[in-house]
Design a binder for this molecule. Structure first.
Ligand code: C2E
Ligand code: CA
Ligand code: CA
Length: 767
């Protein structure tokens, strides 16, 4: 479940990253498309601009060509208008027919023949017509009446600056007061102007040129006469344009209906009316540019597609790689924080969370406390040893699942390894909440598990602490929960305990005692006491139980009830137990015949070399094993019973007898009695102390004794303190007793004489 949540989280992250990458890819894609479109648009725009520019160029070209044509027309007439001789004829023509005839010949006929001037006339600056010609022949002034007005306009235009043929170097003043440009030699420069006019249906080029002397500057002293000539803007004229301007279809048109590729210039007459248009097919460079640019454009598009494909491939790959990296990183992070078997968070993760939540509580961001519940399965080892590790593993998994499913989702559940689980809960209520949590955890395992066909009835023990109320330190909180757990185990398992201050004190004491116990072994502070075991009826000593004693230099006598468990947990029990066995066997070896009972800790029996150790001590002390009764408690049978049974059988083979100690205490199970042929069972002191007052206890005592006998075991009653108790245990059938009514534990020196005087003692007791 937790694993699934983590995977979901990873998946969500991947999707988010994927989406982000997708958006980037889409944006890049759109960006590229926009770029490409912009390029195409720019190209289109450039083509249009180039076309427009080219059209404008063409228009200017045609315009200038027309201008130059007119200028050239006038320049070509220089032979007649720039001529001393002409001045004289012009000046005298109005009075002399020979002069007029000269003008007809040299101007009218010449201009028609040479320049195709179908209309021509000479006109004075004051507007009086001197002579007019049509197709080279003199005509009446009426024939050119309509032309006089535009001619006058052109003459006026010719007087504007820049309308001279040749480079002006100065001015001379004429008789009418106006000035005239002259060249460096002082010769007056001819002036000219040109424009279009309509003559009938035709459009004609009209030019005016001033008649000036070419040698005798003195001839020129008044405003000149102008020669006006017209020639049609006809096929011949446009042919020249076609040739010179490389415009193969340029032509005059009178309608403005134009096609898209057409270019035109408007032709206006001198007086400003529209005459028509010159039309030609524009040399549009667009297609050429397009044609030239096409390979580049295609190349660019190919590159664009290539980049797009390549980019998407690279993008996809890097996306996949980053996704894989992310996934493996998420997996690694998950692995670092989770327990592989159960999928629950591990200790590291738990401590992170505990630190975080505790800090939040201390900072006041969270209300209440953080509760730490340390859980340990009872008898997990038995499951592992009897049913195999795969069943044990499955049990751990199922417990994890049940914890996860049953406890509120807000509880943080971790596995610390083995059969240890730790719950973290945030809440208010201190002890009440601890009780609630403890109760919930206990209820969890009430139902048995079914694994591989085995019904497994496990219980758990639990210790609970909470902070900041009990401690602000996460490590300390965990330690306290562990102490409470230990207490719960001590109290007989299958229960929870809240941590209390006195537990801590006892824990501290335990730690100190553990250290001191190590020293005690070396310093010989330990000794053995012996408590006689007597027959119930006669009180005759039949044996002794060896009991360990610790005389602490400062603390005084420390009870074995206290220090033996410390030795067991502190890893000292083997040393202590071996010392004890050696001590007892050495001491009792030469005592008068009696049973010698010694207590064995489960730790000793479980040790792999226990049988060898035993054999070694037997050989060393030369004790007769048949005199020795080894007392074990039911606790030994709880864990790894098959191994223990094997060891017990081997001990039996060596000659030792085995007693089941403390029977009737805690979680006794009669089934243990059937597992092994014990020589005797010792009914626990707590049981015996009740029999006087509790009728049921007495009945049970009788039953146990009967059962023991039926299984061929002797029954010993422990802790008999009163005569009534003695009578009751005797009545129940216990053949031996051990208790203060007879003897207290005493030193070897004290007990030895008793054994020697055994007969006497018996008599004493019976008296
Ligand atoms: P246990 O094996 O049940 O030992 C009997 C305990 O009952 C002894 O306590 C003994 O002094 C006490 N006792 C006997 N008769 C009476 C009586 O009439 N009234 C009362 N109130 N007590 C009586 P002790 O010596 O304090 O030992 C306590 C426990 O410590 C033992 O219980 C045994 O479990 C453990 N122990 C002692 N010596 C050793 C040892 O060498 N090895 C191991 N593993 N455990 C030992
Ligand atoms: Ca005992
Ligand atoms: Ca006992």
């Amino acid at each position: 479940m937790v694993l699934a949540a983590a995977r979901r989280y990873d998946a969500e992250r991947q999707i988010a990253t994927g989406l982000r990458t997708g958006w980037i890819a889409l944006a890049t894609f759109l960006g590229l498309i926009a770029l490409a479109s912009a390029q195409v648009l720019a190209l289109q725009h450039a083509i249009r601009a180039a076309d427009e520019l080219s059209r404008e160029d063409e228009r200017q070209l045609v315009q200038r060509f027309l201008h130059r044509t007119m200028e050239a027309d006038v320049a070509a007439q220089l032979g007649i208008i720039n001529w001393d001789e002409a001045i004289g004829h012009v000046d005298h023509a109005s009075r002399s027919s020979t002069d007029m005839a000269w003008l007809d010949r040299e101007f009218g006929a010449y201009a028609y023949g040479t320049y195709n001037a179908d209309q021509a006339f000479l006109i004075h600056a004051d507007g009086t017509l001197l002579r007019a010609w049509q197709d080279g022949h003199a005509v009446d002034g009426g024939a050119i009446a309509t032309l006089r007005q535009p001619a006058a306009a052109l003459i006026a235009q010719s007087r504007t600056p820049g309308q001279t043929l040749g480079t002006p170097a100065g001015q001379i003043r004429l008789s009418d007061g106006s000035s005239w440009a002259v060249d460096h030699t002082g010769m007056p420069l001819p002036r000219w102007a040109g424009g279009m006019v309509r003559v009938g249906e035709r459009v004609e080029i009209m030019t005016v040129g001033s008649v000036v002397p070419d040698r005798a500057a003195g001839l020129f002293n008044h405003a000149p006469t102008y020669f006006v000539s017209l020639r049609p803007l006809d096929q011949a004229a446009t042919r020249v344009m076609r040739r010179d301007l490389l415009l193969p279809d340029i032509a005059l048109t009178l309608s403005p209906n134009l096609a898209a590729q057409d270019n035109t210039i408007a032709l206006d007459s001198v007086d400003g009316t529209r005459l028509g248009w010159l039309r030609w097919t524009a040399k549009s460079p667009g297609p050429t540019i397009m044609h030239r640019a096409a390979p580049m454009l295609w190349g660019w598009i190919a590159l664009f597609i290539g980049v797009l494909i390549g980019g998407s491939v690279v993008l996809r790959r890097s996306w996949r790689i980053s996704r894989e990296l992310l996934a493996s990183e998420a997996q690694a992070r998950h692995n670092a924080l989770h327990d592989a078997m159960s999928g629950l968070p591990n200790r590291v993760h738990y401590m992170q969370r505990l630190r975080h939540d505790l800090a939040a509580c201390i900072a006041g961001e969270l209300r209440g406390d953080v509760f730490v519940a340390y859980i340990d399965l009872d008898g997990f080892k038995v499951v592992n040893d009897t049913l195999g590790h795969h069943v044990g593993d499955e049990l751990v998994r199922q417990v994890a699942l049940r914890l996860r499913r049953t406890l509120p989702a807000s509880d943080f559940i971790a596995r610390f390894g083995g059969d240890e689980f730790v719950v973290l809960r945030r809440g208010e209520g201190g002890r009440a909440m601890a009780d609630l949590l403890g109760g919930q955890i206990m209820a969890l395992l009430r139902e048995a598990f079914v694994i591989s066909g085995n019904t497994i009835d496990v219980t758990c023990s639990c210790g609970i602490s909470w902070g900041p109320a009990q401690s602000e330190d996460p490590g300390e909180l965990l330690r306290r929960a562990d102490i409470a757990l230990y207490r719960a185990k001590q109290r007989g398992r299958s229960r929870y305990r809240r941590f209390t201050r006195d537990m801590d004190a006892s824990v501290k004491l335990r730690l100190e005692l553990e250290m001191e116990l190590r020293r005690a072994i070396v310093r010989n502070e330990l000794s053995m006491a012996y408590q006689p075991i007597v027959t119930t009826g006669t009180g005759e000593i039949v044996g002794v139980e060896a009991l360990m004693r610790w005389q602490h230099p400062e603390r005084g006598a420390i009870r074995p009830d206290l220090f033996v468990p410390i030795a067991e947990q502190g890893g000292l029990m083997i040393t202590l137990g071996t010392w004890m066995l050696r001590e007892v066997f050495a001491e009792c070896g030469n005592w008068p015949a009696c049973d010698i009972s010694v207590n064995l800790s489960p730790i000793q029996i479980m040790a792999s070399n226990f049988l060898a150790t035993m054999a070694g001590i037997v050989a060393e002390t030369r004790i007769d094993p048949t005199r020795v009764v080894l007392e074990i408690t039911e606790g030994v049978m709880l864990d790894r019973s098959d191994h223990v049974l094997g060891v017990l059988r081997d001990l039996g083979r060596m000659g030792f007898r085995i007693a089941l100690d403390d029977f009737g205490n805690g979680y006794s199970s009669l089934s243990y009695l059937r597992m092994f042929q014990f020589e005797r069972i010792k009914i626990d002191r707590s049981f015996v102390s009740n029999i006087e007052s509790d009728v049921d206890a007495n009945a049970i005592l009788c039953t146990i004794a009967a059962l023991g006998h039926s299984l061929r075991m002797k029954v010993v009653a422990e802790g008999v303190e009163t005569e009534t108790q003695r009578q009751l245990v005797q009545a129940a059938g216990c053949e031996m007793v051990q208790g203060f009514l007879f003897w207290k534990p005493m030193s070897a020196n004290e007990v030895r004489p008793l054994l020697n005087r055994r007969g006497q003692n018996r008599q004493l007791r019976l008296a």
